[in-house]
Design a protein. Sequence first.
Length: 326
Amino acid sequence: MTADNNILLKVENLVMHFPIYRGVFRRQVGVVHAVDGVSFDIKKGETLGLVGESGCGKSTTGRSILQLYKPTAGSVYFKDTNLVKLRPEPMRMMRRELQMIFQDPYASLNPRMTVRDIVGEPLMAFGEASGKQIDERVASLLDLVKLNPDFSGRYPHEFSGGQRQRIGVARALALNPSFIVCDEPISALDVSIQAQVVNLLEELQERLNLTYLFIAHDLSMVRHISNRVAVMYLGIIVELADRSDLYKNPLHPYTQALLSAIPVADPVYSEQRRRIILEGDVPSPVNPPSGCRFRTRCPIAVEKCAQMVPEWRELQPGHFVACHLA
């Protein structure tokens, strides 16, 4: 961790298993392998995009990093501090630096609280401000996310989805954090509003020197905002590379299939390119396949894929992949 002072967050072999209980006596009969040995690092000021299908463990990874879920195993180093080993009170104080923008702007805001109370709550919880200071700080935060400060007395139901998400961004910025997990912040918004929110996040990153973990489904949007991209499948990361390298030269069959599904505005190019259709369904995380987890849907799988777990290899400078055949 100390070898590169530019690294802000380092995740090592992060595991998050959810137990399954059955029967009258609630006996554990299995676990859901939501996240299974994920490792990556994020440098100061950069955006790491995390993409994958629904249910692959993206949001669980983000919540486990912030210790909203207590990880089953692994380490999360933030500025050389292992968050996994922190006791509750030191972890609470660490949350000044670590914040989250949630996916659903309709569910993440308390309908009984005004905007002033929602955005000002972190300031009161940490004793950062009181009375008129909160009003002034809330007004400046609303202005920062391009909302009218006069809206501070309104309730969430009086706003559109895009405006609610801006309120969520303002709340995340209240304590001047250095790292923010953006958990699919645009997936619940109209397409016309998505670009506005992403542009806002980019402006704030440049202005406040923020570092993002940007979780999303939209590969085009991830390409726009991210410096590096990690591709996740069934609880593991299968490929990690610089944005331009990943989109120009995907090495893992799953990444190739994902990129082939991106709509292209050029009809001539769209007809020429090869569309990769994956067969079958995503296996259950309760009982993942042996060896390579993607082998049950992989068009080039061989016998070795069922017997051995692929090694996480750096095939090109900064380009990592977990595939026997890459």
